[in-house]
Design a protein around this ligand. Structure first.
Ligand code: PLP
Length: 366
């Protein structure tokens, strides 16, 4: 045998390695006796990530995807032509655009409702999609109430909750009547702004099989390296959230006293649906100061600008020109989003240092 052939077939027996944590399976192919057929279908790192999130969210089945948007897109494959979607009025900009395009392209009916104010359901729906707490404004949608109301009119109606901002630790939508819960794992689950991912959770075996097959056929599976990083991030989710939550409460109180701030948005923590909360806050700048937002953000040295959030370092953003930039002015106006609204995301810095940094930036507005 030529040494080049021998070198090609040189392989360590990994059965003898006994690693203390699961190594990275950076491979697309598996041998025929493996239960992992092909990484587009499944991979040990992806499966471990799914199982670890299922434990935290108390769900039976997890389906990891390349990003949060691909998790949302995959959930939409449940829909059939001619069906009716209800979408909450307060929603991430790209989600709104995806639903708008999908409805017009595939002949679906799209109804936008304020589900945070829902009392009586008036519409028949086949698919209801909302975030709670919402992006923007952190409004709460009552998962039990929405699920019961829509299912009363149509028992087959699929209730989907984007649980990204609540996290698997603090809210379990599938225990409250939702059929599907999903996350942008890019945010809280990653926590380090260095990896993208998404995950769908469900207790329904048929929904799980359907979406798992669809993920295989559309190539939406998370890659092994991202899954390995996300699994590693999960080890510290609880301690990150505890520290970030403390800072969030402290800074919410600080902002309420500021003359430059007209409103602070903080979600309702009822202990039943949302068990705790961390990291993101919105506030409205006094109307006379809105044009000076660039001065405010320029004077912050501990908050970076940009679209990221829920990272170990703090961030500041203006949703009007950032997370909701893909929506036009009229669409943003309809959800009550204007340039005055500012989003803060708190990292693991000392809370006093963050307050001093904010204080300096508020002074720059005068
Ligand atoms: N859902 C929510 C609530 C978000 O805020 C975002 C992104 O900001 C997404 C979904 C999309 O996630 P990704 O960027 O991982 O595709």
């Amino acid at each position: 045998m030529k040494k080049t052939t021998k070198s090609l077939h040189t392989k360590v027996d990994t059965q003898l390695a006994h690693p203390a944590v699961t190594p990275l399976y950076q491979n697309s192919a598996f041998e025929s006796q493996s239960e992992f057929f092909y990484s587009r279908k499944n991979n040990p790192n992806v499966q471990e990530f799914e199982e670890a999130v299922c434990v935290l969210e108390e769900s039976k089945y997890g389906i990891a995807t390349t990003t949060g948007m691909s998790a949302i897109n995959l959930s939409l494959s449940i829909l059939k032509p001619g069906q009716t979607i209800v979408l909450n009025k307060y929603i991430y900009g790209c989600t709104f655009k995806l639903f708008q395009w999908l409805a017009s392209h595939y002949g679906l009916k799209l109804v936008v409702e304020d589900l945070s104010q829902l009392s009586e359901v008036v519409h028949h729906a086949d698919f209801v999609f909302f975030e709670t707490p919402t992006n923007p404004f952190l409004f709460s949608v009552d998962i039990k109430h929405v699920a019961a109301s829509y299912k009363k009119l149509n028992s087959k109606c699929v209730i989907v909750v984007d649980n990204t901002w609540a996290t698997p630790l603090y809210q379990q939508p599938c225990s409250l009547g939702a059929d599907i819960s999903l996350h942008s794992a890019t945010k809280y689950i990653s926590g380090h702004s260095d990896v993208m991912g998404g995950i769908i959770l469900t207790n329904n075996v048929e929904v799980s099989e359907r979406l798992r097959n669809q993920r295989f056929y559309t190539g939406a599976n998370l890659d092994p390296h991202s899954a390995w990083l996300l699994r590693r991030s999960l080890y510290t989710l609880e301690v990150r959230l505890e520290k970030q939550g403390e800072t969030t409460r402290r800074i919410a109180d600080y902002l309420k006293e500021k003359s430059e701030v007209s409103k602070v948005y903080y979600p309702e923590i009822d202990g039943d649906q949302l068990k705790n909360y961390a990291t993101l806050l919105f506030f409205d700048l006094e109307i006379s100061m809105v044009e000076k937002y660039p001065q405010f953000s320029d004077h912050l040295s501990l908050f970076s600008t940009g679209t990221g959030m829920a990272c170990v370092t703090s961030m500041v953003a203006q949703p009007y020109t950032g997370s909701h930039a893909s929506m036009d002015d009229a669409e943003k106006g309809a959800m009550g989003l204007f340039p005055a609204t500012i989003r803060l995301s708190f990292g693991l810095e000392n809370a006093e240092d963050l307050i001093n940094d904010l204080e300096y930036a508020f002074k720059a507005l005068h």
